[in-house]
Design a protein around this ligand. Structure first.
Ligand SMILES: [Zn+2]
Length: 116
């Protein structure tokens, strides 16, 4: 493991905001499989929540990917509910986007990361 902590910038490259150490979950697709990797150390932007990983973390994820994320090495297997949006929802039933700003920001947040 590298001890070079300077390899991760402490400033976000997108919004120039400070990042801080955190532990995150990563979700990624491998073909048809949804893979979750828990408890990754990362630096997370305080503004846009972009995540930055140490090279060691990325190498270890690549090692798992090279083995196609063997299920026998998984910590656990979880069931994931899958939704699709109804295409026939009338426009007057759609929520006012302005009123749902908070909800949308929370959704954006959840999509980007699961910060503990
Ligand atoms: Zn940022």
């Amino acid at each position: 493991m590298s001890t070079d902590t300077d390899q991760i910038s402490h400033t976000c490259k997108y919004c120039d905001t400070n990042t801080r150490e955190n532990v995150v979950n990563m979700c990624l697709w491998e073909g048809e499989r949804l893979i979750v990797i828990e408890g990754l150390p990362a630096r997370v932007c305080e503004e846009c929540l972009e995540q930055y990983y140490d090279n060691d973390v990325l190498v270890r994820i690549d090692q798992l990917r090279a083995k196609s994320f063997p299920v026998e090495q998984a910590k656990r297997v979880m069931e994931v509910p899958v939704f699709s949006l109804p295409a026939d929802l009338p426009a007057d039933e759609l929520p006012d986007p302005e009123k749902n700003k908070d909800w949308r920001s929370r959704l954006d947040y959840d999509l980007i990361s699961d910060v503990f």
